[in-house]
Design a protein. Structure first.
Lengths: 143, 142
């Protein structure tokens, strides 16, 4: 079972590293993608566009190498949840958004496709976080 | 000692700042930090007015807003009726004229999008976005 969780770590971590690298390569386009949500002023969107991809990459690597693991999992879970809420809010406001999560590959994804991928990633992160917390609680009980 | 999740998260948040600042520094001249529209594509009301007959004004706001009031001589060209309005607009345009696109205010995006479509789809050159939009034009002219 431990092996299966490790595989899930590698898959989810790899997804975030890949998504982060794509955005690092074109931060201006990512800034426009954030701006399209009409939730933040441009001067914040453009700064986030330079920051968030590196946070994604770092947290993805954290999952792969299991260093600062709980912190990385918490950040990625929070980011994914915020992103899901922002996407739903944008849809409710009638905005036609491009998420840009995976560069050009995700440009033509429909809303249900976006949601399916985002929710799958979120539930994988939540499962990893719960497992880690249970493992931590057991360790604390033993010691 | 095992770090708590919050402390670990704070370390990661701080660490991610380093490459981000480095990349931001590298891109400092390639990005428009205050507006999604590069400074070279923006024009102020005074500059656009100084172009006089050399400028064609394009109103990117919805039809209702355009019919209430607009810059004198402006053409309505919004994304709701893009194909129809573009066909009406193109005969009025000539290569020696600059195109000034505006929407309701500084915060609106439609002018930027219409300007982009005019450049990419209609292959027009010298397309600018009015800084401050219709609100700014009103302030300077009323």
């Amino acid at each position: 079972m431990k092996f299966a969780w490790r595989i899930l770590d590698l898959i989810v971590g790899g997804v975030f590293v890949y998504a982060g690298v794509l955005k690092v390569l074109d931060p201006v386009q990512f800034g426009i993608d954030i701006d399209n949500y009409k939730a933040l002023p441009w001067f914040i969107s453009v700064r986030l566009a330079f920051y968030l991809p590196w946070l994604e990459i770092l947290c993805g690597l954290v999952l792969i190498f299991r260093f600062l693991y709980r912190g990385g999992l918490s950040i990625l879970s929070a980011l994914t949840l915020i992103f899901i809420c922002a996407t739903i809010a944008a849809k409710a406001r009638g905005l036609d958004i491009t998420c840009g999560c995976f560069g050009h590959a995700s440009q033509h994804w429909s809303f249900p496709q976006h949601m399916a991928i985002d929710l799958a990633i979120f539930f994988a992160l939540a499962a990893l976080l719960c497992t880690e917390l249970i493992r931590g609680a057991r360790y604390d009980q033993k010691s | 000692m095992k770090l708590g999740a919050v402390r670990e998260a704070l370390i990661l948040i701080a660490l991610a700042c380093l490459p981000a600042i480095g990349q931001g520094f590298y891109f400092r001249d390639k990005v428009s930090w205050e507006s999604p529209i590069p400074a070279s594509e923006l024009v102020t009301v005074d500059q656009a007015k100084a172009w006089g007959d050399g400028a064609v004004w394009v109103d990117a706001r919805p039809d209702d807003d355009f019919s209430k009031d607009h810059v004198p001589g402006a053409f309505s060209l919004n994304e709701d009726r893009w194909n129809e309005l573009l066909q009406q607009f193109l005969p009025k345009w000539s290569p020696d004229k600059k195109v000034v696109v505006y929407c309701s205010a500084q915060s609106c995006n439609t002018a930027r999008e219409v300007a982009k479509r005019l450049r990419d789809e209609a292959q027009l050159k010298d397309v600018f976005v009015l800084k401050g939009g219709w609100e700014e034009w009103l302030k300077k002219n009323r």
